[in-house]
Structure formats: C-alpha cells, structure tokens
Design a protein around this ligand. Sequence first.
Ligand code: GLN
Length: 489
Amino acid sequence: MIMDISTLSLTQVSALLQQGEISSLDLTRAVLDRIALIDDQLHAFLYLDTDRALEQAEKIDRERKKGSKIAKPLLGIPLAVKDVLAVKGMPCTCGSKILENYHPPYTATAVRRLQDAGMIIIGKTNTDEFAMGSSTENSAYGITRNPWDATRVPGGSSGGSAAAVAARMVSAALGTDTGGSVRQPASFCGVTGLKPTYGRVSRYGLVAYGSSLDSCGAFGHSARDVQMLFSAMAGHDPLDATSQNVAIHSMDFTKNPDLRGVRIGVPREYFLPGMQKDVESKVRAAIEIFSELGAQVKEVSLPHTEFAVPVYYLVAPAEASANLARYDGIRFGPRLDGENLWDVFTRTRGEKFGDEVTRRIMLGTYALSAGYYDAYYGQAQKVRALIKRDFEEVFKEVDTIACPVAPTTAFKIGVHGDDPLAMYLEDIFTLPANLAGIPGLAFPVGFDQEGLPVGMQLMGKHFDESNLFKLADAYQQVTDWHKRSPELK
Ligand code: GLN
C-alpha cells in the first residue's frame, strides 16, 4: 500500500495503527520515502537507521497480529531524536566535530521509555553544536532550512526535529531545551513543542550543556500529540539525581472545552516596542480566543525579565565550560597528535570545537575564574533567584502565563552570523522558564505577512504541564493553525 502520510498527526497515526487500518511497516516505509523525497531540501536528518527501523516495524506488526490486547498508543510509530540524546547503536555527534563517529554505549532514559512504549527510532536530527544556538546554523554538519521558506532558519537548537515534524517527515520528534531550543524552533516551524518542568523528564543520556537548565522535550502537531509523548517519557529516574517523583496527571481532553475559572496572566514585559508587529497581534488575538472560551485574562508583571539574557548567558556558558571539559581527545571522538598531553588537548579542542562553542567555553571560564566569580557568576545566580521569584508571585494570581515565544518569526539564514549578541536577544522570552525551572508549551497561532508561522507560549507552575496541554488543546479545538502544512515537493 502506498501511503500519503503528509497530512497525518501522531494522534491520527496512532488511531489508524490501533484500528488496524495501517501497519507499522507501511507507516515506516512511508516515513522513509518522504524523508528520501524532501530531506535533501531541508537537511533535518544527520543519520537514518533505515534497516533496523524496517526490521522493528515488521516485528511489531507480527506481534500485533498475535493480538495483544494491551493498548499501546505509541506502538510502531517512528520517532526522530535530536542528536544530543544518546541512542545505543547510533552515532551521537551533538552537531560537533569533536564527537564525530562517537557511538554512545547506552540510551537516554527519555528515548528508552519511548522505545519501551513501542516507538521506532528512525534517526537523529540536526542541532546547533552542543545545542548552543537559536538557528541550527552552528551545526558542524551543515545548516537545516525552514520548511516554510528554505531561505530561512528553522530556529534552534532543535531545528532538525522541528523541521522534520513541520515538513511531515515524521509525526513526532524529541528535542532538548536549555533556553528555548524546543519552543523557539516549534514557533519558527509552526508545530507544537514542550519544554517540561526541570526534573520532570530524566536528563540521563542527554549530553550536558547547562545542567541546571537542560530539559528533554518533544514536538508534535498538537497538544494531544505532545502530551502522548510526554506522558510516556516523564517520571522519576534513579539515573538522574535531579529527576523528581511527582505523579503525572492522566489527561482527559474534553470536547467543547469550557475555560471558565481558568486564570491567565499576560506579562507586560513580554511585549517589547522593537518586536515584530504581527507577532504581537497574532499572540494577542490568540489570547482573545482564550477569553472567548471563558478564561479570565489579566495583565501581570515579571519585572526582572530584562535580566534573563545576561543571567542566562553567564550561567549557561559557566556550566557549559565545566561540562565540555571532558572532550579532550582522550575519552571521546577523534584525537589530534601532539608533542605532549597538553598539546593533544589544546590541538584537539582548538580544532574540533566550532566558534560558538569556543566562545561559550571562554565566557564561562572567565565568569567562573577567581576574582571574577562573585562579580559575574555569583551575581547572575542572585538575579536568577529574582526571576524565579517573579514567577512565584505571578502564580499566586494566575494559573498560566500567555506570551510570545520569540520577538520575531523565522529569520533569514546568515543574518545574525557576525552578531552573536543579536542572536542571544532572540531568546528573551524563552530563557526565563529555564532559569525558573517551569514548563513551557509553544504552538502556532497564525502566520505573519510573509506566510511564516507565529508561535505562542504558555508557561505554568512547576509540574503543571497538564494545564498547558488542556489550554492549548482548547485553542486547537477551535482553530486550525496547527493543521497547516508547508508546501513541499
Ligand atoms: N539559544 C539558547 C542558547 O544558545 C538556548 C539553546 C538551548 O535551549 N539549547 O544557549
């Protein structure tokens, strides 16, 4: 059977598989065919595990025929995984030459849980080197293009995963979010993406960037899609000391949602004079829909928002400089020869790390060095506490915060090439959730004048992902932005 998967969401393929309308082998073949047809234009994938994926699909179909009655909604569905998550048997480059040909001997917990739920890992997707970036231009293996306009970036750092879902090559993908890397590419590509609460999904097997900020999230076409993935991958993991044992609410998505009694806060600091006008108008229009559905909407203030960029760009590089010290040419990846051990380290690191990673290591090392620690890192930690407190205060008044994901839609490839600071400023609305450890969900709420998707973000209290899913699902029941697809041939 030749199948057109180009319009199917995760929820839909799950239903078709469970009803026996399609087989996992049909689906996996269709996914691989579509990748072969269009990924040359986008370069979302760095690696495909074709043979094993087909083998697994066949095996799952055989077992399904035997008639196991256990409902497994994700059984037999292909999943794309960002190349900073370890999957045994596949390379894990982190978009870096320093991990070229590195094959981790274990699988990340989040991925393993989805494998246990029956998902088939189809391959690894492109990323900014070590997830440092907002455009996927910092990958050592080439850029990924935005499926809505190939002259533009897909966002980053999980740009490969977001583009793969947006281009309907896969219905589900995993990403990571340290400062916006799931939400911002979701917004740029017009898909739904979750950054869970810090500690909700295990970080075991997620190659560390900023350990106090890193999270493993997911992409799909709708809140329901992402919730399916989230509920399978979340939960306590003894292999990650920061993972928490908090029950995951089972979700019952009601038809014709009534949002009476729901309190939504709109932070005034998230609408800046310099931001793109149609981002503001589309996000405000979406907030209006929440009011029409019965929610109480009020303006709130998160006064320390303006410090999120400087705080993040001290804390994240500081943690990165420590985390990346392990890539010295001895234990991982390729090694350049040298006169002595020191020479081996410096030559390997000097040549194999890209410019952005080098910049972050230098910034972080400086911020942590004796004499500067109090002025930079110490100070940043104090202001981080204030940012967190802003949210605690606001969550006394409202249950959820609604705001834009990014100040612009997808920008042109190369525009921020010589200006890292301009690139960092793009992260202004996503960084605070990571600094505070709270969950954030991004989903499409319209298009700008150029036909590029505009995203909105909902942020919630710690461990309150279910509320974000509920609200986004209510919005998606009365709108169809999330069903739109780019035209790709
Ligand atoms: N753009 C941010 C950075 O470059 C966030 C990246 C991320 O979330 N991994 O650090």
